[in-house]
Design a binder for this molecule. Structure first.
Ligand code: SF4
Length: 320
């Protein structure tokens, strides 16, 4: 009987996107500049390990502004906030720093513009997700949430000749196309956003997973359960032909049973996942015979975002 070859296909791009990198660095710099504690409204990014690490450094995570002492520093997460959250912060005299990803801000601007022009906005996204709450909050009376292809039937608009779709940044590309097709069948005058709302990082991570999935007996996605883009990666893996796929926060959650009979193990991570969690997973797999690692790269990412204005200003002032 031959010995089964064991290998890992490591997806690239994976892990941190430019928006997450910026948001995490915003909290780190704020801790340096203003000292602990720094309050953060909601999880800065949807990753357990990142949140725990920042907590140890002195960040305090809260759900709402009213949990932040008057006058303290509060950081808004990468997922964005509704305008009323900025207003509450002003009323409580908070020193607010906005770490909303610029690609989420772009969708907020689109929502404001179409609302001003009296459009009905069909926002494709997951009900209750923080980003959707924030974007809807820009124009609540104009926005209708469309949570996937199956909810298209219930959608009503005021004027079918003035309707546009926008989306959450971290959806499945293919499922969103399906939702849009169904919406177009119902509203032939439906307009599309001026550019993709699903961000480059979400698209790139899905693209490489699609490429490796057919070769994978099992494809492991590192990411937290409340991370939309990570959850989508597991779904994309299964749709694209991975025999099995699991979403895990930490390498220690890898069940040896998942690897039984598996020759090729795929590995990737969501946009909020630091690279050390991938290193740990590779170490865990190597200890079980999967030491041969091939990295499959579909595209080189070069996107970066400047830190929020107030952080840049205060860093510059400190350094002079
Ligand atoms: S996943 Fe996309 S939209 Fe979200 S923070 Fe990263 S780059 Fe920004």
């Amino acid at each position: 009987m031959g010995i089964m070859t064991k290998r890992v296909l490591l997806a690239r791009p994976r892990g941190y996107c430019a928006g997450v990198d910026r948001a995490v660095e915003t909290v780190e710099r704020a801790l340096e500049l203003y000292g602990a504690p720094i309050y953060v409204r909601k999880q800065i990014v949807h990753n357990k390990h990142v949140v725990q690490t920042l907590e140890r450094k002195g960040a305090i995570f809260v759900e709402e502004n009213d949990e932040v002492p008057e006058g303290a520093t509060v950081i808004f997460s990468a997922h964005g906030v509704a305008p009323e959250v900025h207003e509450q912060a002003r009323q409580r005299n908070l020193h607010a720093i906005d770490a909303t990803c610029p690609l989420v801000t772009k969708v907020h601007q689109e929502a404001r513009r179409y609302a001003r022009d009296e459009y009905d906005i069909l926002l494709i996204g997951h009900e209750g997700h923080e980003e959707v709450v924030g974007t809807s909050g820009e124009a609540p009376e104009h926005v209708t949430l469309v949570d996937g292809p199956d909810s298209v039937d219930q959608v009503e608009v005021r004027d079918p000749s003035k309707v546009v779709w926008l989306s959450q940044t971290t959806l499945s590309v293919d499922e969103t196309l399906e939702t849009v097709d169904r919406l177009k069948a119902k509203f032939p005058g439906l307009q599309s956003p001026p550019s993709d709302d699903i961000c480059y990082a979400t698209q790139n991570r899905q693209q490489v997973v699609k490429q490796i999935a057919p070769d994978c007996d099992v494809l492991l996605v590192i990411g937290s359960r409340n991370s939309s883009n990570s959850v989508r990666l597991r779904e994309v893996a299964l749709e694209a032909g991975a025999r099995a796929s699991y979403l895990i926060d930490f390498a220690s959650e890898i069940d040896d049973g998942w690897l039984t009979g598996a020759s090729t193990v795929g590995l990737t991570s969501g946009a909020s996942v630091p690279e050390d969690l991938i290193e740990q997973a590779l170490g865990h797999l190597a200890a079980r015979g999967y030491a041969d690692v091939e990295e499959i790269t579909t595209v080189q990412e070069r996107q970066t975002f400047a830190l929020p204005r107030e952080i840049k200003r205060d860093l510059a002032a400190r350094n002079t």
